[in-house]
Design a protein around this ligand. Structure first.
Ligand code: BJW
Ligand code: ZN
Length: 222
């Protein structure tokens, strides 16, 4: 079994989604601030947004949906968790192996020397933050137009291609290449089950679209 999660699984932990009802972080579209161009133009503004989000995420705890995925990992001999989320709530819940397609908001990367390090300080003492080498630091996440971490899609495709069941939870399925895993799994023979509070771009194509909150529906699958 393989699972692809999106922002909707963290909605019941109080973290806003990007799109859909109750979506949008502080009235900003990710397409406006989650880009290298926005960061080059105004690193301070982009870091203010990430600092604000880190503060909100730091107050959040995993919910029943995250916990159900830990139980699935324990029970299923072959289980892969693939997430588009950068919030770290799957780690906090206790999943062992997580393919983080879009990186991790709790990591930073130097735009000069390429160093990559964990950082959980909330709020950040200085914005924008810098590397030990003096270079400007950026969030350790994947912005629009940037490639996913090396080898990550290959590993995700391998899991999606080998799965008998592919569970898609709380994603609008409009961001690529993550969304391509859904037809990829289906063409490889997986039964695709979607859990979402609303119909999405892929609802009509999946084997089973369950409509409702992940925190209620995922525990019922156990
Ligand atoms: C609930 C719920 C509850 C609510 N229970 N459900 C092919 C076609 C078209 C475009 C492209 C393409 N290939 C590439 C592109 C371009 C682009 C893209 O996809 N654009 C589209 C938007 C048009 N993709 C990229 O640029 C990617 N990179 C790339 O392709 O690189 C190519 C390259 C190769 C080699 C060299 C150079 C380049 C990168 C994409 C990076 C996305 N980054 C972000 C920001 C991450 C950092 C951050 O957080 O700040 O990732 S954008 C944002 O969207 C974030 C998310 O992970 C991602 C997906 O969002 P998600 O998770 O689906 O959330 P929502 O809000 O959209 O949906 C929430 C859902 O939950 C809703 O459906 C609700 O109904 C539901 N819900 N409550 C269950 N309780
Ligand atoms: Zn550096």
């Amino acid at each position: 079994m393989a699972v692809l999660t999106g922002a909707g699984i963290s909605a019941e932990s109080g973290i806003p989604t990007f799109r859909g009802a109750g979506g949008l972080w502080k009235e900003h579209k990710p397409e406006e601030l989650a880009t290298a161009e926005a960061f080059a133009r105004d690193p301070r503004l982009v870091w203010e947004w990430y600092n604000w989000r880190r503060e909100a995420i730091a107050k959040a705890a995993p919910n029943a949906g995250h916990r159900a995925l830990v139980q699935l990992e324990i029970r299923k001999p072959r289980f892969t968790l693939i997430t588009q989320n950068v919030d770290g709530l799957h780690d906090l819940a206790g999943n062992g192996k997580i393919l983080k397609l879009h990186g991790d908001i709790w990591r930073m990367r130097c735009t000069s020397c390429g160093a990559n390090w964990p950082n959980r300080r909330v709020p950040l003492p200085k914005i924008p933050p810098h590397c030990a080498c003096g270079g400007l630091a950026r969030p350790g996440v994947v912005w629009f137009g940037e490639p996913l971490p090396d080898g990550m899609m290959k590993e995700a495709e391998h899991a999606a291609g080998a799965a008998q069941v592919f569970l898609v939870v709380g994603t609008s399925a409009v961001v690529y290449p993550a969304a391509s895993l859904i037809p990829y799994a289906r063409h490889a023979g997986a039964k695709v089950v979607e859990i979402n509070t609303e119909p999405t771009a892929v609802s009509a194509t999946v084997d089973c679209a369950l409509q409702g909150p992940a925190g209620e529906l995922l525990p019922k699958l156990l």
